[in-house]
Design a protein around this ligand. Structure first.
Ligand code: ADP
Ligand code: MG
Length: 516
């Protein structure tokens, strides 16, 4: 449905257009008219289906810009999501000149207090920090017309229910209450009953998992071989923006350090980093200034990043749903993506479980040899030479260049420079990654070998599918030379990708390269 049919005013339609949204998503189509009417709404739809604009557009519509008080409060579970929501609210309210602000923990509270003196009309915040401001009376809730509990299931997971209840109790009872969530556990429904009046429920059924745009590969590899294989694969595949998922915080630290040691532009994020550091890394990655982001599932959850061409699962996820969630970071907005999952020999059952869920067979990939990686390196170096030439003012260096040429053979000179821009082979910079215990074998249940499933990855798994969903937006990194993955071995992967039941017998060529 077109946004113009939803009863929004001109300035909002302009903002929608500027955001690049062409059609309303199902949750937007159904909830926007209700929220505009002032009803309480419970909206359930998968992650990535545009729930922010579903409540954001009508909220902006209702804001009275002559009123300096906070009129809408949006509670978000994490700092990252709060920031993302604030950015979207700002974008939607820009034409109308609505003031939007965000508060979250781990950041300087005095600066936030100062900013609050500018009288935001829409405030986004995480529960703890909001309560802090409310107690300090630097946030006043007396004029709240709309209260949003966003990503309510995450807030439940993070143990924020009590905080949320005490915030709700301090808002006017005349308020409109909106609750948005990907899933609806009973405790969340209870909030609806307790704090909402005659809530309208909208539930958008989860779509089929949309992974058609992602070429999914796996590499069978023993744990200690994974890192060298991965860097060689990166050399061969020459990804644009990459996310590497590791199972634990230690893994993330070690992987990002190892990648940096080998000359890659990488950084890691996980829950132990300061908020400042995480935001810094995220904005570098979003701006394309960082090539490889290493992350735990938790740290990457819910973040909307476009332009990711490759996802490497350094560790296969234990839970098939989190696999879908992870690889859903690529193949967005109609662009092709590549995912690659490392599997140790005794984790093959997990691979099969994932394939059962996605109904797509992953194609086996042979680890590249040292020579193949070097060829990939050289190909990258050659294209770098092209751009170096076009970025160089030849006149500035011509005298020295002539002099060098008179002293050395041209081949010698070029080889030396190529050597400099080509990375060393993996084996030249040894990197040791601490072994992780492999996942418990499915077949033996809990007995053989004393493994126990569950509990080991610190609550990173969710029982619910939050993957798939709407792939919209992204106003960056599009257009220039569409990304393609391709198989050079004549062993076209398209057949194996779309059908379930073929492709496993032959080892697949790893040549996945960029065109254009
Ligand atoms: P959710 O809260 O459901 O997980 P978001 O609100 O974060 O989803 O939206 C996911 C992405 O989709 C964002 O990049 C957002 O800008 C984009 N988006 C939202 N609505 C639309 C739309 N109607 N058309 C295209 N993209 C959209
Ligand atoms: Mg959301």
């Amino acid at each position: 449905m077109n946004f113009s049919e939803l009863g929004l005013s001109e300035s909002l339609l302009k903002a929608v257009k500027r955001s690049g949204y062409e059609e309303a998503t199902p949750i937007q189509e159904q909830t926007i008219p209700m929220v505009l009417k002032g009803q309480d709404v419970i909206g359930q739809a998968q992650t990535g289906t545009g729930k922010t604009a579903a409540f954001g557009l009508p909220i902006i519509e209702h804001v009275d810009t002559n009123n300096p008080e906070i009129q809408a409060l949006i509670i978000s579970p994490t700092r990252e999501l709060a920031i993302q929501t604030q950015e979207e609210m700002y974008r939607l309210g820009k034409d109308k000149k609505v003031k939007v602000q965000v508060v979250y923990g781990g950041a300087d509270i005095r600066r936030q207090i100062n900013n609050l003196k500018n009288h935001p009309q829409v405030l986004v915040g995480t529960p703890g920090r909001l309560l802090d401001h409310i107690n300090r009376r630097t946030v006043k809730l007396a004029h709240i017309q709309t209260l949003v509990l966003d990503e309510a299931d995450e807030m439940l997971n993070m143990g924020f229910l009590d905080d949320i209840e005490s915030i709700i109790k301090q808002t006017p009872t005349t308020r409109q209450t909106l609750l948005f969530s990907a899933t609806m556990p009973p405790a969340i429904k209870k909030i609806g009953v307790q704090f909402m009046s005659d809530p309208q429920q909208v539930k958008i059924k989860a779509k089929e998992l949309t992974t058609e745009l992602i070429d999914q590969y796996y590499v069978r590899s023993r744990d200690f071989e994974k890192f060298d294989t991965m860097t060689r694969l990166i050399d061969v595949q020459d990804p644009d923006l990459t996310i590497v998922f590791g199972r634990t915080k230690r893994r993330v630290d070690e992987l990002s350090k190892g990648l940096i040691a080998r000359g890659y532009n990488a950084a890691g994020i996980h829950g132990d980093l300061t908020q400042q550091r995480r935001s810094q890394i995220m904005s570098r990655f979003k701006a394309g200034k960082l090539d490889i982001l290493v992350a735990t599932d938790v740290a990457a959850r819910g973040l909307d990043i476009s332009g990711v061409t490759h996802v490497y699962n350094y560790d296969i996820p234990q839970d098939p749903d989190s696999y879908v969630h992870r690889i859903g970071r690529t193949g967005r907005a109609g662009h092709h993506g590549v995912s690659l999952t490392f599997v140790t020999p005794n984790e093959m059952d997990y691979l099969r479980e994932i394939e059962k869920l996605t109904k797509v067979r992953m194609l086996p990939l042979k680890p590249p040899t040292q020579e193949e990686a070097f060829k990939g390196q050289l190909a990258n170096a050659l294209s770098e030479v092209e751009s170096l030439i076009s970025a160089t003012d030849t006149n500035k260096f011509s005298a020295q260049a002539e002099e060098l040429l008179s002293q050395h053979e041209p081949v010698e000179l070029v080889a030396a420079l190529l050597n400099d821009i080509t990375k060393n082979d993996a084996s030249a910079t040894p990197v040791k990654i601490t072994p992780e215990r492999p996942l418990p074998s499915h077949k033996h249940g809990g007995n053989g070998g004393g493994h126990r499933g569950g509990g080991r990855n610190g609550g990173q798994n969710r029982g619910q599918n939050r993957g798939g969903g709407y792939r919209g937006n992204s106003n960056r990194r599009h257009g220039s030379g569409g990304y393609h993955s391709d198989s050079r071995g004549g062993n076209g992967h398209s057949s194996g990708r779309s059908s379930n039941g073929s492709g496993h017998s032959s080892r697949h060529s790893y040549s996945i390269h960029k065109k254009g």
